[in-house]
Write a protein of this length. Structure first.
Length: 628
């Protein structure tokens, strides 16, 4: 077995080295379905930018994803098509001008839409896009733009929202409060898709709940003392918030949705469509495109820092010396992406110097905990030998320690941004958008970092608090729910994290988790989890095994073992014999927003199998690789 393992590890490593960019980074695609491709067509047509070759390529990718029943899906095993995705595709294809209402495929899409409730039943974010591009009237929205003026000392304010939620909601506030609409001569007429003419963002019951909540928020607005025009001042502040967070590529925080909303919000503020800020923003979005099997895809963001930190670490875990050329180049890139300026996170933690890492290549404003621990794992050895890496290490570790939440866990981006009252706002996917609470996967991976790379253990108060919080989150079946990858991912993070800080593998919680993993192993030796787990709030098997889910489960078993078991042998055999089906390699393993946004990280097919196999070799005293 060890020989076969070594052969598969070598195969993966050779592929990784071939794919490394000249600057040391790995630029594997961050794939999120067709939503961004559709939005890009709608944006370009609304701005009347004629980029026909680019639009045609997007049309081909979107059309190629259509199902036999006329719909578009979010993931392979979604039983029925997704209404929101289908309306997005239908709109974009018609607006492109390269598809006609009479086309058989377009007619099939229309039939699916009407049979499933019509365009009035789509996700809230698409309702907003339909309204601002003139396809329907603006739905009632009860929150005034003046909330921009509420001081951060008020019990509920904008900085109580997650950085991601805040970034999207601020341009939306401009649009909703100005009822901005822009149609063009090419705009298709989608009125026949609205079976109920009134489009609502909320149900009547949700409207009532929202009025009760906003009444309290309005007290903060009414308490403002100003003799000026509060509305105009609030609009100006919202505009300034966006402009102050434009990255070097012209995008607003390196996200597709925030940048698109910013562009429309600036139009609402009177900017011309050819204004340099808008032009640069569009160029920045186009620069984030990638190719997959020669098809063009507009990425929601780039995952370059995440890819590179993970790969540098796993190469070293598999035997490559930190002085080897691939690792050295990668770590130089990683060092260059440490964030040394204050972002919104400092509102909640102002006593520590910046030092975290972000997710995207050009992200300089919002570091996150997961990328920071990944970067620190990658540079760990260099930090003992070189001053610049030591300084980066110290700042990164100090920032990471300071970001622990008061409940003992770690969140994705900021500290203590977890006021549950905000979940009362009836926003679809709001639990993933509005607040940034402690999560199992972030907490587990942070504990794993501290345990394996700083020698801290559960006797230290900070670590003890993290373990205590994790134990409280375990599901009744023994699994843990991960924010960014559902149950197998969450369980992997929790178990490996606790074992790293010295919790015994014999602990009842860990034994319960291991029993659960063994129970859900597939007959082929692998593991596979459906995105339906996220929608149904319970583990749902995929029915087939994937390399990534298998690697997470296998690594979990290995972390708690002193000898090899049959379950491990079968999992390893699945990886080394490459038994997976073709479609499982592109199946989303990442979770963005519940029920609407799933991620295929292209690097995962290499990173996590290599990591699990390297740990298997260490367990069996097998041969690791040797870097150049």
């Amino acid at each position: 077995m060890n020989h076969r393992v070594n052969k598969e590890m070598n195969r993966i490593v050779k592929q990784l080295i071939r794919d490394q960019s000249k600057d040391g980074a790995w630029r594997y695609p961050f794939e999120t379905g067709i939503a961004t491709d559709c939005s890009m067509i709608i944006l370009l047509r609304t701005l009347e930018i004629e980029d026909e070759a680019f639009i045609k390529e997007l049309v081909e990718r979107i059309a190629g994803e259509q199902q036999e029943d006329g719909s578009w899906k979010l993931f392979h095993d979604q039983k029925n098509g997704n209404l929101t995705s289908t309306v997005e595709a239908y709109y974009a294809l018609l607006y492109s001008g390269y598809r006609d209402r009479k086309d058989k495929d377009i007619q099939a899409a229309r039939r699916f839409i009407l049979a499933n409730g019509g365009a009035g039943e789509v996700h809230q974010f698409l309702k907003i896009m339909l309204a601002l591009t003139g396809q329907c009237e603006w739905p009632h929205f009860p929150i005034n733009i003046e909330v921009m003026l509420i001081p951060d000392t008020f019990p509920i304010n904008l900085f109580d929202l997650s950085v991601y939620g805040r970034a999207n909601i601020i341009p939306f506030l401009i649009l909703a409060n100005t009822n901005f609409r822009k149609r063009t001569a090419q705009s298709p007429d989608l009125s026949d898709l609205f079976q109920n003419r009134e489009v609502r963002l909320f149900t009547e019951e949700q409207d009532e709940e929202l009025r009760s909540l906003t009444k309290w928020v309005k007290q903060g607005i009414n308490g403002l003392k100003s003799h000026g025009n509060l509305r105009e001042l609030a609009l100006y502040r919202a505009e300034k918030y966006m402009l102050d967070r434009i990255e070097s590529d012209g995008t607003y925080l390196n996200y597709f949705s925030t940048t698109t909303l910013m562009i429309f919000a600036l139009l609402a503020r009177g900017y011309h469509s050819t204004h340099p800020v808008i032009t640069r923003a569009v160029q920045g979005l186009k620069a984030m495109t990638t190719r997959m099997d020669d098809k063009l895809h507009c990425q929601y963001t780039t995952a370059t820092v995440w890819n590179t930190t993970l790969i540098s670490y796993v190469l070293q875990e598999s035997g490559f010396a930190y002085s080897s050329s691939p690792v050295q180049k990668a770590n130089q890139y990683i060092l260059s992406r440490q964030q040394l300026k204050y972002g919104d996170w400092a509102i909640h933690e102002s006593t520590v110097l910046p030092g975290g890492w972000g997710f995207a290549d050009l992200n300089t404003f919002h570091p996150d905990i997961d990328d920071t621990t990944a970067a620190l794992r990658a540079i760990r050895t260099l930090a003992t030998e070189q001053v610049d890496y030591r300084q980066a290490w110290d700042r990164g570790v100090n920032w990471l320690i300071s970001m622990q939440n008061k409940d003992g866990g770690w969140a994705a981006f900021e500290k203590n941004v977890d006021k549950k009252v905000l979940n009362l706002f009836p926003v679809e996917g709001g639990q993933d958008l509005l607040i940034d609470p402690s999560t199992v996967d972030l907490t587990g991976r942070t504990l794993e970092f501290f345990g394996n790379f700083t020698n801290l253990d559960f006797h230290q108060p900070m670590i003890k608090a993290g373990v205590r919080w994790l134990l409280q989150q375990q599901q009744t079946d023994g699994s843990w729910l991960g924010r960014w990858g559902v149950y197998i991912y969450g369980t992997w993070a929790a178990v490996t994290g606790m074992i790293a800080v010295g919790i015994s593998p014999k602990h009842p919680a860990i034994q319960k988790a291991l029993t659960w993993l063994r129970k859900i192993q597939n007959p082929d030796g692998g593991w596979g989890e459906s995105c339906n787990s996220d929608i149904q709030n319970q583990y749902v098997p995929l029915g087939d095994s994937t390399r990534t889910h298998t690697a997470w489960a296998l690594d979990t078993l290995i972390s708690a073992a002193t000898t090899v078991t049959s379950e491990m042998e079968n999992g390893v055999a699945f990886l080394v014999d490459r038994k997976e089906k073709d479609w499982t390699s592109t199946y989303p393993k990442g979770r963005g927003m519940a029920g609407s946004f799933y991620i295929n990280y292209h690097c995962y097919e290499y990173v996590f199998p290599l990591l699990a196999l390297a740990h298997y070799q260490k367990l069996t005293d097998g041969q690791l690789l040797t870097g150049e």
